[in-house]
Design a protein around this ligand. Sequence first.
Ligand code: O7M
Length: 213
Amino acid sequence: MQKKNRMILALDVTSHDEAIRVVAAVKDYVDAIKINWPLILAAGPEIITELSRVKDVICDMKISDIPNTNRLIVEQAMKRGASAVICHGFAGEDSVRACVDASKGQVFVLTEMSHPGGKQFTAPVADKIAVIARSAGARGIVAPATRPERIAELRKIIGSMEIISPGVGAQGGKASDAIRAGADYIIVGRAIYEAQDPRDAAKKLAAEARNEI
Ligand code: O7M
């Protein structure tokens, strides 16, 4: 993934054709496409391969099982063309390591979730999860744009590992705040694909993430 726009598209649409339309409109302004269960279930896992011909695809299945099952899931995603996967950290270090091994290090570990409920269970253990992500050899972590101060604190734990940050737009976070706090990339979904003009929305958000406005 080339760090040009500093933005990852969260493509949570539920039709193959809609997904392709959105990607065609915004591909110049995003560095990768993150797909999650809504699109994989609607369009089938072949969508991973199809989109990987356009951009790097991050498979966000929030993998959180025992190590063997995690390995099997990651192998399937990578075989279909994913560039990286996302796993939860709360299943423990062995589960995270299984994802790291199966993806050759291309894992982002979710630390503290961006929604209000993320404060209940993930926030109190987020620092420990960041330590696990680092010691397991993950590529980076997911940290909340809705709480930029937490991005800054988690950055201190992980050093130069990458931070990708959801919660911009629909959840109330601001692209420039997340980047200033230490995120490498923002993750944006609804503020782009639900916009009247997704291309224009993506252009403006990328400019903000690149610190141009
Ligand atoms: O911009 P949105 O709110 O429409 O979408 C945000 C995307 O980021 C959506 O795909 C969520 O599943 C994801 N996300 C969060 O919103 N909060 C989190 O804490 C973590 C994620 C995520 O990407 O986890 C890997």
